[in-house]
Ligand binder design. Structure first.
Ligand code: NAD
Ligand code: ZN
Ligand code: ZN
Length: 354
């Protein structure tokens, strides 16, 4: 079968031929109907090097996956070939205290997990291939009526990650509050929708690209702004002088973190989602009093079920741009060039083929 593989750090992924996986006991092989191209994959291809992450190449990319159950291993029940499913991406051990509580992104026994601190497309073979081996049935969630794998794939990361991040700040996103979203790409356009669907906050979206600001408006942002020297004053003006209750930074560069710190309000949340490599000095007088600074990492199965429900009800909709598997390298080139509004999704199969 075809697979887009990261062969070494600091190199573009290559389309190559590998064996179709066979499911062992407890495992499931999924025929891939959608694999989203996440900016994190660009960080894998360009920014990371040996020893920086708990795993090493080679592996197949694609950690944002949906498709159809194809073959199930021994002892797997309740899943039928052809059934459409979304893949829960963070594969924990399933046995430690965090995993038992459903928090597999925070697995504390990575030595017992299929891969330490990762999943398919992050250390193990992912979904940019005709088939994906999923090591446990609990990593699959059946798609609700009306959702197809093409549109479901981005929900497993590009929507799930912002959902998890927004959820952590729900109590601050009251009527009258303001949320600022910095970076309105794959995650950000869904982040704006999640804010609109689950909170009463007004959303101000910030992006360097005009087409991304237009996507933010379509996603429900009340105001869109370009970053720059006027940003702080503009956010203050739009918030009656006080700043934003919650700032979600989907870029994470020095520049955006500084902007986030400049616009966040006293008692607010500053949430770092983007892996842009920047840092933010944190000190008592460096931020408004009682501002919380937090990072967030992906999301878990129960949250994915909730995100799928939001999408099935039309409250969240991934703006997708399909690419064939043969075109997968072009999807990443477009993402790197800032030419994707919404999410580029690689589609190895449009329909289930037994
Ligand atoms: P993307 O390329 O689709 O979107 C990034 C957006 O940020 C683009 O619209 C771009 O124009 C905009 N941008 C870039 N620089 C900017 C600036 N200085 N000011 C304002 N906007 C700017 O990327 P994505 O796939 O949405 O991923 C976003 C980030 O989130 C990446 O760093 C990715 O690695 C990270 N990520 C983190 C998690 C997590 O669990 N924390 C999960 C998935 C992705
Ligand atoms: Zn990702
Ligand atoms: Zn665990």
């Amino acid at each position: 079968m075809r697979a887009l593989r990261l062969m070494a750090w600091q190199s573009p992924a290559v389309l190559t031929d590998v064996d179709v996986p066979t499911p062992g006991p407890g495992e499931v092989v999924v025929q891939v109907g959608g694999a989203g191209a996440c900016h994190s994959d660009l960080h894998l291809m360009h920014d990371f090097g040996p020893g920086q992450l708990p795993w090493e190449p080679p592996f197949t990319l694609g950690h944002e996956n949906a498709g159809w159950v194809h073959r199930v291993g021994a002892h797997v029940s309740g899943l039928e070939p052809g059934q459409p499913v979304a893949v829960v991406g963070a594969w924990g051990c399933g046995r430690c205290a965090r995993c038992r509580a459903g928090l597999e992104t925070a697995c504390e026994r990575p030595d017992l997990a299929p891969v330490a601190g990762g999943g398919g497309g992050l250390g193990l073979d992912g979904g940019m291939a005709d088939y994906l081996l999923v090591p446990a049935a609990r990593y699959l969630v059946p798609l609700p009526e009306g959702l197809d794998p093409l549109h479901a794939a981005p929900l497993t990361d590009a929507a799930l990650t912002p959902y998890h991040a927004v959820r952590r700040s729900w109590l601050k996103l009251t009527p009258g509050s303001t949320a600022v979203v910095i970076g309105v790409g794959g995650l950000g356009h869904l982040g704006v929708q999640v804010l609109c669907a689950t909170t009463a906050a007004r959303v101000i979206a910030v992006d360097t690209r005009e087409s991304a600001r237009d996507a933010a408006k379509r996603s429900g942002a009340e105001h869109v702004l370009a970053p720059g020297p006027d940003l702080t004053a503009q956010v203050r003006e739009l918030t009656g002088g006080v700043g934003a209750d919650v700032v979600l930074d989907f870029v994470g560069s020095d520049e955006t973190l500084a902007a986030a710190a400049a616009v966040v309000r006293q008692l607010g949340d500053l949430t770092i989602v983007g892996l842009g490599g920047g840092s933010l000095p944190v000190s008592f007088f460096g931020l408004p009093y009682e501002t919380s600074v937090q990072s967030t990492y992906w999301g878990n199965r129960s949250e994915l079920v909730e995100v799928l429900d939001l999408a099935a009800r039309g409250l969240v909709h991934a703006d997708v741009h399909p690419y064939s598997l043969d075109e997968a390298p072009a999807a990443y080139e477009a993402l790197a060039a800032g030419a994707v509004d919404g999410r580029a999704v690689v589609v190895p199969r449009e329909h289930y083929a037994p």
